[in-house]
Design a binder for this molecule. Structure first.
Ligand SMILES: C[S@@+](CC[C@H](N)C(=O)[O-])C[C@H]1O[C@@H](n2cnc3c(N)ncnc32)[C@H](O)[C@@H]1O
Length: 306
């Protein structure tokens, strides 16, 4: 894990002080927190890497509809980029409903402060299909963990492979009409970002995902994610933004939509835990509550396969 620079540590402390204030934050303060709260400050749990601001804004162009759910939301960077702006308010448009699902209690605490207009659910993305969320969402969004990040034995309804991002895209099909996700470039069925031209390229992993789920991942209006390569913290993942149309996929795919539930793993009891309780535990105990991504057997470091 990279050490914070003095500047980063100072800004992070200021962000935390804002989060701790016993009042609502101004928009400027909320933006400061979302820009300066460091996901690595305590430990990189579940391989969290927050999306750069510009990339989140670019992605928001693809997001449509009035009900949006952010899966694996972190502190809400993507949902923040999709929130209503003055334009919608001035035009008296119906407000967009945002729901954020995240399993790290500290991120949820921070997220509630920077994006109070969203409904925050402290929970596991694999529980989403069973949640009563008030009907289908127009769009599911996410920059989920990438690769063989541990899932505690949980799986999506149809996909049975090892890639966390594909599980999340399959989970989203249970609650949304369409999806927009940031995924590692080689997990998209095309290459566009950082390339001189668009090409279709499918890996075996992608073919398996498509075969099992019936979901085809499509490209966007032309967002080149490589523009933001240097803006990630401690990483420079090559990514693509992919779109999924779930209305044409729901009843296809070769894997059964409902499989017997996997044997439950011993509970880590993080879901019901408040942020204060979580934060006051020793760092090692916090880490032990997560299925941390680093795994020598699979070659995964945090989120990113190497
Ligand atoms: C790559 S980070 C992205 C965060 C945020 N979406 C963003 O773009 O900045 C992935 C997030 O997924 C969360 N996460 C990991 N496993 C999860 C799970 N099983 N259920 C819900 N959230 C999870 C992590 O805590 C982390 O905040």
């Amino acid at each position: 894990m990279a050490k914070l620079t003095t500047e980063q540590a100072t800004q992070h402390r200021k962000a935390l002080a804002l989060v701790d204030l016993d009042r609502d934050l101004t928009l400027t303060e909320r933006e400061f927190v979302i820009d300066h709260y460091m996901e690595t400050a305590d430990a990189r749990l579940d391989g969290a890497f927050f999306t750069p601001d510009g990339l989140a804004r670019d992605m928001s162009i693809e997001v449509t509809g009035k009900r949006v759910i952010d899966l694996c939301a972190g502190i809400g960077r993507l949902a923040f980029a999709c929130r209503d702006t003055d334009w919608e308010r001035l035009n008296n448009e119906q407000p967009r409903e945002l729901v954020c699902v995240e399993r790290n209690p500290e991120y949820v605490r921070v997220g509630k402060k920077v994006l109070p207009e969203a409904t925050w659910i402290l929970g596991d993305v694999f529980d989403v299909p069973g949640m009563d969320l008030g009907g289908p969402f127009d769009t599911a969004i996410g920059n989920p963990p990438y690769g063989a990040v541990a899932r505690g034995g949980r799986t999506a309804p149809r996909y049975t492979g090892g890639r966390f991002e594909y599980h999340v895209i399959d989970v989203a099909a249970a609650v949304a009409r369409r999806g927009v996700f940031i995924v590692p470039q080689e997990m998209a069925p095309f290459r566009y970002s950082g390339r001189s031209s668009f090409t279709e390229e499918r890996t075996d992993a992608y073919n398996r995902f498509e075969r099992q789920t019936g979901i085809t991942l499509g490209h966007t209006v032309g967002i080149d994610t490589s523009y933001y390569l240097d803006e990630w913290r401690d990483a420079a993942p090559r990514t693509e933004i992919v779109r999924a149309d779930y209305t044409s996929a729901r009843h296809s795919g070769t894997a059964p939509a409902a499989r017997p539930a996997p044997k439950p793993q011993p509970s880590r009891n993080w879901t019901g835990m408040g942020a204060t309780d979580f934060n006051t535990r020793p760092k090692a105990a916090q880490v032990a509550m997560f299925d941390v991504g680093d795994d020598a057997a699979t070659g995964t470091i945090g989120l990113f396969d190497v």
